[in-house]
Design a protein around this ligand. Structure first.
Ligand SMILES: [Zn+2]
Length: 317
């Protein structure tokens, strides 16, 4: 469900696009009236037509977000000369003068601001919206392209920034989501409608904190993996918790208070690695100590974003 903040942002965008479309219609009306001295009815008709065409063109461009972002990045490079671009986003392959503060703490309908207070907030790529965890994964992916190229990959809740990386590296992935219609497959991760041993690799970043049963999800992910297949997962971890904290509640405010976000139903704790291994995996965590400095910082933006990414190998029991 969209929050009021998202709805208001969409409304602002719609008003902005409509207002911009009025500009060419207004100019056309002025020319038709002043220069060509056409009849008022004809001027209104032609101006309305130009408004509709301008609106359609803008809406098509709006959908082509990659194109718009490339144009914006070109302008960004003009304003930020190469020497000042000391940061780098490995997801969208762009050098940056800094990461952005997305002001999540202002969106109190979705987040608990207290969870962001003590964390550094300028951690989001302004072009592909990668957070530290996606940049850590992209950095790992750069070193494991051979494995990725020879794997059949199923990606749950695909993230735009990582999809940029996969597309740029020409690695095919099948995407899955229960709600997003753009995904290749509509799948419930707790009851995956696929045969056993279907994929070489599954990816599910920040999914397990949203679903009804993380145990069922882990069991299903293991089931659809081929023997020795790889699962990549990450989820919010509260470093102060010994184990997972979860509670079913239909109240969004309660979920924000308990877990920091309106659609989280749990937060994991220190025993996350044990939880995954007991589901039939051997587990390693991506070592961020060799992540290049320009990709940093590696924590945040919330205090439960420790950004541990688990690379798990299916083991046979
Ligand atoms: Zn980026």
């Amino acid at each position: 469900m969209r929050s009021a903040a998202e709805r208001s942002k969409q409304l602002r965008n719609a008003v902005l696009v409509s207002a911009i479309s009025l500009i060419p219609a207004g100019i056309a009306a002025a020319i038709l009236c002043l220069c060509l001295k056409l009849a008022p009815a004809l001027v209104i008709l032609i101006s309305a037509l130009i408004f509709v065409i301008a609106l359609a063109v803008l809406l098509i461009l709006w959908k082509k977000t990659d194109l718009i972002r490339s144009i914006l990045y070109y302008l960004y490079k003009v304003r930020h000369p190469e020497g000042s671009r000391k940061y780098f986003c490995p997801c969208c392959n762009r050098s940056l003068s800094g990461f952005a503060d997305m002001r999540y703490y202002d969106d109190t309908e979705r987040f608990d601001p207290a969870r962001f207070k003590k964390q550094r907030q300028d951690v989001i790529c302004p072009f592909c919206y990668s957070a530290p965890r996606q940049r850590i994964l992209a950095c790992w992916a750069e070193k494991n392209t051979d494995l990725l190229r020879r794997s059949e990959i199923l990606y749950f809740a695909p993230e735009y920034s990582m999809m940029k990386w996969f597309r740029r590296n020409k690695i095919k992935v099948t995407t899955a989501d229960l709600y997003d219609k753009r995904a290749d497959l509509k799948l419930d991760i707790t009851k995956i409608d696929l045969p056993d041993e279907s994929y070489d690799m599954v990816i599910a970043n920040h999914v397990l904190e949203h679903v009804s049963s993380y145990e069922a999800a882990l069991s299903e992910l293991r089931r659809i993996l081929k023997p020795d297949g790889t699962m990549i997962v990450s989820f919010p971890i509260d470093p102060d918790l010994d184990t997972v904290k979860e509670q079913e509640t239909g109240n969004a405010e309660e979920r924000i208070r308990l877990f920091g976000q309106n659609d989280h139903v749990r937060v994991f704790g220190k025993d996350s690695e044990d939880i995954i291994s007991s589901s039939g995996f051997s587990v390693s965590i991506i070592d961020v100590s060799d992540t290049p400095d320009p990709y940093l910082p590696v924590t945040g933006p919330a205090d439960y974003d420790s950004n541990n990414i688990f690379i798990c190998r299916r083991t046979e029991t």
